[in-house]
Design a protein around this ligand. Structure first.
Ligand code: CP
Ligand code: NVA
Length: 326
C-alpha cells in the first residue's frame, strides 16, 4: 500500500515525495483500523529490530517496541550505556555489525550525521527516531491526527508556536509543505528557522500549492489556523538554556486566548509531548515559568495530544512495514 518503499531508510521527510508520505498515512490508518478490530499483523514476522537510544524516550521507544511485537518482530533496546557507538567503535563499524545481525535499525540521538552514517553502512533500513535536526516519524503522527480531525490536509493551516529552529519546527515545515498545507512558524527572531531550510520549503510549496510563513507576530501567525502546535522551549540536550528560552518565549505560550485568536471554533491543539503544562513535574517545579502551554488548553476540549501520541504507534508501524515488511 505504501508503494515502493521497500529497503528505503526513513531519515528525514525531505527524502520522500508527497505521494510516498500520503501512502504512509493511508497505511497507518489501515494498520490502526486493523489493530482496533483485533486483527494481528505478521508483516515483520521473524525480523529482529535494533532500537538505539542516545536520548531518553517514552513514545518513540514504546511505539517501535509495540509495533514490532504487533507485527511479529523481535525488538532489542540498545541504550546509551549498552553499546560502543562512537565511543570505542566508529559509528560505521557498529552499523556494519548490527546490519549483519538485525533486519532494521532505529536510532534516536544527537547529531543527525550519526543516523546518516548508520544508514550509509548498515545495509538494512535505518529509521530516525529523532535527532537534533529532524523528527520525521512524529510528523506522520501529527498529519494523521490532523487528517482524522478535518478529513483532509490540503489547504489546512497549521501554526507552530515556540522554538522555531528545533527538530519539530524543521520537520513540520517540510511535512506540511509536502502535503500542500499552509504552515506558519511563529517564534521570536532569535529562534527563527535556518533561512536555507525556509528557502527549500518555499521551493516545495511552489510544487505542492502549500505556503510557509515565518513571523514573530503571534496574532498574525495563528489567525485562521486549524491547528496550533507547540513543543518544549528547550529540547533534549539544551537544558542549560532553559532560563534564556523562558525569557524569550514567554509571550509565545499557548493559552486559551491564543486558541481564540485563530478565529476558528474548530481549531485543535497539538503537541509532540512530553509537555510542560503544570507544575507537577520535577523540572517545572524548578523553573515555574517553563510551561509552553497552559493546563487549560492542554486538558481542554481542543486538545488532541493523546490521539497524536497513540498515532505514533500506527505511523511508526507503517514505516517499518512499508520499508521492511512482507
Ligand atoms: N514525541 C516523542 O518523540 O516522545 P518521546 O520523546 O517520549 O519519544
Ligand atoms: N524538540 C523536542 C522534541 C521531543 C519529542 C526535543 O528534541 O527534545
Amino acid at each position: 500500500m505504501a508503494g515502493n518503499l521497500r529497503g528505503r531508510h526513513f531519515l528525514k521527510l525531505l527524502d520522500f515525495s508527497p505521494s510516498e508520505i500520503r501512502n504512509l498515512l493511508s497505511l497507518s490508518a489501515a494498520l490502526k483500523a486493523n489493530k482496533r478490530a483485533g486483527v494481528r499483523g505478521r508483516a515483520l514476522e521473524g525480523k529482529s529490530i535494533a532500537l538505539i537510544f542516545e536520548k531518553p524516550s517514552t513514545r518513540t521507544r514504546c511505539a517501535f517496541t509495540v509495533a514490532c511485537v504487533d507485527e511479529g518482530a523481535h525488538p532489542e533496546y540498545l541504550g546509551k550505556g549498552d553499546i560502543q557507538l562512537g565511543k570505542k567503535e566508529t559509528v560505521a563499524d557498529t552499523a556494519r555489525v548490527l546490519g549483519r545481525m538485525f533486519d532494521g535499525i532505529q536510532f534516536r540521538g544527537f547529531a543527525h550525521q550519526t543516523v546518516e552514517t548508520l544508514a550509509a553502512h548498515a545495509g538494512v533500513p535505518v529509521w530516525n527516531g529523532l535527532t537534533d535536526t529532524w523528527h520525521p516519524t512524529q510528523i506522520l503522527a501529527d498529519l494523521l491526527t490532523v487528517s482524522e480531525e478535518f478529513g483532509r490536509l490540503d489547504g489546512l493551516a497549521l501554526a507552530y508556536v515556540g522554538d522555531g529552529r528545533n527538530n519539530m519546527a524543521n520537520s513540520l515545515m517540510v511535512g506540511c509543505a509536502k502535503l500542500g498545507m499552509d504552515v506558519r512558524i511563529v517564534a521570536p527572531g532569535a529562534l527563527h528557522p535556518d533561512p536555507g531550510l525556509v528557502k527549500t520549503v518555499e521551493g516545495i510549496c511552489a510544487e505542492t500549492g502549500g505556503s510557509v510563513t515565518v513571523t514573530a507576530d503571534v496574532a498574525r501567525g495563528v489567525a485562521g489556523a486549524h491547528a496550533v502546535y507547540t513543543d518544549v522551549w528547550a529540547s533534549m540536550g539544551e537544558e542549560a538554556k532553559i532560563a534564556e528560552r523562558v525569557a524569550l518565549l514567554r509571550p509565545y505560550k499557548v493559552t486559551p486566548e491564543m486558541m481564540e485568536a485563530t478565529g476558528r471554533r474548530e481549531a485543535i491543539f497539538l503537541h509532540c509531548l512530553p509537555a510542560f503544562h503544570s507544575l507537577e513535574t520535577e523540572v517545572a517545579r524548578q523553573f515555574p515559568d517553563i510551561c509552553e502551554v497552559s493546563d487549560e488548553v492542554f486538558e481542554g476540549p481542543r486538545s488532541r495530544v493523546f490521539d497524536e501520541a497513540e498515532n505514533r504507534l500506527h505511523t511508526i508501524k507503517a514505516v517499518m512495514v512499508a520499508t521492511l515488511g512482507r
